[in-house]
Write a protein that binds this ligand. Sequence first.
Ligand SMILES: C[S@@+](CC[C@H](N)C(=O)[O-])C[C@H]1O[C@@H](n2cnc3c(N)ncnc32)[C@H](O)[C@@H]1O
Length: 277
Amino acid sequence: MTLEQAISVLEKAGIENARFEAQLLLGITVKASRAQIIAETYPPLTPEQTHRFIQLVLERRNRVPLAYLRGSQEFYGLTFAVGEEVLIPRPETELLVDFAREKLADPVTPPLIADVGTGSGCIVISVLKHLPIATAVATDISANALTLARRNAQANEVAHRVDWVRTNLLDGITSKFDMILSNPPYIPAAEVAKLQPEVKDNEPLLALDGGEDGFAIVRPLIESAFRSLKRGGYFALEIARGQAPDAIILLERAGFQGVDARRDLAGIERVVFGRKP
Ligand SMILES: C[S@@+](CC[C@H](N)C(=O)[O-])C[C@H]1O[C@@H](n2cnc3c(N)ncnc32)[C@H](O)[C@@H]1O
């Protein structure tokens, strides 16, 4: 299959930016940058590489996300291995890392942070990379996600500062935290089926499905976070478009103070946060 044939296959499947994606897939195949592909400065494909390229193009035609085909995704300037066991890190989730860096910029004592539903580990690993004296507990209900997160922590040289726990939310964890961060599943169940095929057919349902109203995990998480924080500790939570007003009410009812929301680059209220008095 030539590059032009690959572009045509992807175009017919309705993939936007078919040329760009086909170039990336060829780059994955021959381990070359997109610039090298454009400049045609890569060696001719071996039969094995041709086979692999066809496979990648067909998988992409079937809407497997590019990040899964590449096996990695960039987040907060770091590289994370990703596979079908974890959500692909999204740029808007970087807001949680910014929040942690801002609030814990000058800690008096080494801060202890929790990341609930760590997935690929992108949040906790990025935070620890920027807060060299912090340590963390990262939880997930998925054992496979935790295995991958641990691998990502090793690759990013922070593994010795994270305790990985397979549990529901923060169940069974007795430590008290200076900050709890979470990007939980928050999509209302009926909305999941309407997501793009890349997401609904490929990313783990466990990472997406927030129950009937999207708050099935968020509600107990807010209660659990309040109990597990030290006095003065912060909680920040990613939410979906339109969920901020309800999430703010839930945080205030749980006892949090200074509750507010932050917008992402698209102007959507994406993170709500509060402080335990
Ligand atoms: C939206 S993904 C977020 C993954 C990652 N933190 C990120 O931001 O890319 C939610 C994660 O929560 C995990 N999860 C779902 N229900 C959970 C629960 N009850 N307790 C702990 N983790 C849960 C899922 O397995 C998934 O890894």
